[in-house]
Ligand binder design. Structure first.
Ligand SMILES: Nc1nc2c(ncn2[C@@H]2O[C@H](COP(=O)(O)OP(=O)(O)OP(=O)(O)O)[C@@H](O)[C@H]2O)c(=O)[nH]1
Ligand SMILES: [Mg+2]
Length: 206
């Protein structure tokens, strides 16, 4: 299928507002400001569909984007932003926890990490959580354009070790340079196939 119909199904501030569990969902999780919304835009070929922001910690809701009435992307609130850490934990933790721990139609979880940072405890914790809970976790390195080749290779190796330790595949991306879009779609299409779902997203021109 080509991506034809795209809509924000709902911005859910409470679990009661989650849409019906009637189609598979792919979640985008990661620290605040890591590039979740930007990656969604890259993948969908839309510049400003998912709202991005240079102010960390803006998204407090789970935004459900529905694609061709066949599957959804769930843009999760960012975690671990130090300045608002406690208040934020209180606001997003129950929402995220409910979603990640109980959503029956959650097919795959993409855990985004900024390639410039060494893996933080909270990321390793999340990697462990999603690899135990979910059948299809993927680690996504973001902002690869911000490092030179040698730094990039070095940091990639570190993340490769973390990913391998948890048995999770990993994919490098840059929304600035449009990198990683197709490897990610390939991985997602493969998951649809493995799960016997009749969904295949074709490459679209940007
Ligand atoms: N250079 C570069 N900047 C990026 C990339 N991806 C995202 N950004 C920038 O990083 C900032 C945060 O991006 P968002 O997509 O809003 O991040 P988010 O994870 O959705 O943030 P929250 O919703 O606050 O959790 C924005 O200023 C983006 O332009 C990338 O690959 N390269
Ligand atoms: Mg966001």
């Amino acid at each position: 299928m080509k991506i034809k119909e795209l809509s924000l199904r709902i911005s859910a501030a409470r679990p009661e507002q989650f849409p019906p569990e009637d189609m598979p969902e792919i979640a985008f999780a990661g620290r605040s400001n890591v590039g979740k919304s930007s990656l969604i835009n890259l993948m969908l070929g839309r510049r400003n569909f998912a709202r991005t922001s240079s102010t960390p910690g803006k998204t407090r809701t789970i935004n459900f984007y529905e694609i061709n009435q066949a599957f959804r992307f769930a843009d999760l609130p960012g975690y671990g932003y130090a300045k608002v850490s406690k208040a934020m934990r209180e606001s997003w933790a129950p929402l995220m926890e409910t979603y990640l721990l109980t959503r029956p139609n959650l097919l795959a979880t993409l855990l985004l990490v900024d390639v410039r940072r060494t893996p933080q405890d909270i990321d390793i914790e999340m990697a462990r959580l999603i690899s135990h809970l979910h059948r299809h976790p993927i680690i996504v390195l973001t902002k690869t354009d911000k490092l030179n080749q040698s730094q990039l290779q070095k940091n990639k190796r570190v993340y490769q070790e973390v990913a391998e330790l948890q048995g999770i595949p990993f994919i490098s991306t840059s929304t600035l340079k449009s990198r990683g879009k197709y490897p990610l779609w390939d991985a997602i299409n493969e998951i649809f196939k493995q799960e016997g779902l009749d969904i295949f997203v074709e490459r679209q021109r940007d």
